[in-house]
Design a binder for this molecule. Structure first.
Ligand code: C2E
Ligand code: CA
Ligand code: CA
Length: 398
């Protein structure tokens, strides 16, 4: 199909036709089918940019259609339409994303022009706004190996990006989280999801953390030597076996003249703690020395609750998977609210990460969430820009 196109599958011709007309009135080339075999035939012929699929159909239902689409590695953007309640729509959306399909949203029937326009944009003009992407690693087939990682550590190829956190109520900056990036000489920027697990498996995580801590504390002490802003550092559960960890980080704070209560350690439960008793000791000592402790990705670890009860956390971070879905999913909103209430009843600072839209931000603020972090506020940025970002954000006009 030339231009922007939509293929509509709905067993009810009246509904299918209506969607087709709405799409055409938005400037799209639109085709409508009511039978699965016609759908798959047209799909091959037209390679449409968008597909809308009715969930409830007599022959193959929408979920089965999406399984077949996943098997064909379909790259069209998919919109699920249905008259069913949001719980079912949410589950269908989740299942489709887990199958690797590109779901752009769900619309409930009766379908309005506004709802469709919101999801697909304008057929003649531009695409709906797509957020600016992180630098993408040219490293898809690249195996991160121990030797490569050791070399990268030796050559100091790790850099840090800093992502702001703000106070929900006032909008004022609250601090930054340091996020590691590997600037590979040939492959460009490699993101942490690729190398942190390998560093953990190969025993290089402590050396990596040491470099990250030194670099970020040096940056932080230069950029914000005094004041209320905090620096959050990610710490792997695997590192909680090193008896010297607490003292070495405390010494580092002294080296850079930073008060330890300005440092927040975010503990992600990517791997089970090797030695639960030793980790408890270390975590307690961190608190005793003044550091803040945050339980990261809360709600995703299999024992988040146990860890929360056992370890002396001062902050709870609602996992971004719930926050990013808040707008579409009632379940996610319920979980967010419960985690924030739980955090507050335990006297913890509550942070939501992955805030991507203003509606979610307002929802969080309404719940009394303390801090927010996410693309809506700012993407991770180089250290040099963080200061001017902060100054701008503090300016009265903001
Ligand atoms: P995390 O601690 O949950 O960090 C937040 C991640 O979410 C970051 O990804 C950040 O770029 C991303 N993010 C922030 N706001 C948004 C948003 O609004 N939408 C979306 N879709 N994503 C958002 P990043 O930088 O790729 O880091 C991935 C993970 O790698 C981190 O997850 C953390 O667990 C780990 N990591 C990063 N740096 C370090 C490090 O120095 N040490 C250790 N141990 N782990 C690290
Ligand atoms: Ca984190
Ligand atoms: Ca997190």
């Amino acid at each position: 199909m030339p231009g922007r196109s939509i293929l509509v599958l709905d067993d009810d011709p009246a509904v299918g036709q209506t969607i087709q007309w709405i799409a055409e009135s938005l400037g799209f080339q639109a085709a409508f089918v009511s039978r699965p075999e016609d759908f798959f035939r047209l799909l091959d012929e037209l390679s449409p940019e968008f597909i809308t699929i009715d969930l409830v159909m007599p022959e193959l239902d929408g979920v089965e259609i999406m399984r077949l689409l996943a098997g064909r590695k379909c790259t069209s953007k998919i919109i699920i339409s249905s008259g069913m309640g949001t719980r079912v729509l949410d589950a269908a959306q989740r299942s489709a994303s887990e199958h690797g399909l590109d779901i752009v949203g769900v619309i409930s029937k009766p379908i309005s022009k506004e709802a469709l326009h919101l999801l697909v944009g304008d057929g003649r003009g531009s695409m709906p706004p797509v957020p600016e992407e992180e630098p993408k690693a040219d490293a898809d087939n690249f195996e991160v190996e121990k030797s490569g990682l050791q070399g990268a550590l030796d050559r100091h190829e790790f850099e840090l990006a800093y992502q702001p956190k703000i106070q929900c109520k006032s909008g004022a900056p609250a601090g930054f989280e340091a996020l590691a990036r590997w600037r590979h000489p040939d492959r460009g920027i490699i993101m942490p999801d690729r190398f942190i697990p390998i560093a953990e498996e190969t025993g290089l995580i402590d050396e990596l953390s040491a470099q990250v801590f030194d670099q970020s504390l040096e940056w932080f002490s230069n950029a914000f030597p005094l004041g209320e802003l905090k620096l959050s550092l990610n710490i792997s559960a695997k590192s909680l076996v090193d008896l010297h960890l607490v003292d070495s980080l405390f010494d580092l704070c002294r080296k850079y003249y930073l008060a330890s209560d300005r440092i927040v350690l975010e503990l992600t439960e990517t791997s089970a703690m090797t030695d639960p008793i030793l980790s408890l000791d270390l975590m307690t000592r961190f608190r005793v020395k003044g550091f803040q402790l945050s339980i990261d990705d809360f709600g995703t670890g299999f024992s988040s609750m146990v860890q929360l009860a056992r370890l002396p956390f001062s902050e709870i971070k609602v996992d971004r998977s719930f926050v990013m879905n808040a707008r579409q999913s009632q379940e996610s909103r319920t979980i967010i609210k419960s985690v924030i209430d739980l955090g507050h009843s335990l006297g913890l600072v509550t942070t939501a990460e992955g805030v991507e839209d203003a509606e979610t931000f307002d929802y969080l603020n309404g719940l009394g969430c303390d801090l927010a972090q996410g693309y809506l506020i700012a993407r991770p940025m180089p250290g040099e820009t963080a200061r001017s970002w902060t100054e701008q954000r503090m300016a009265p006009s903001h």
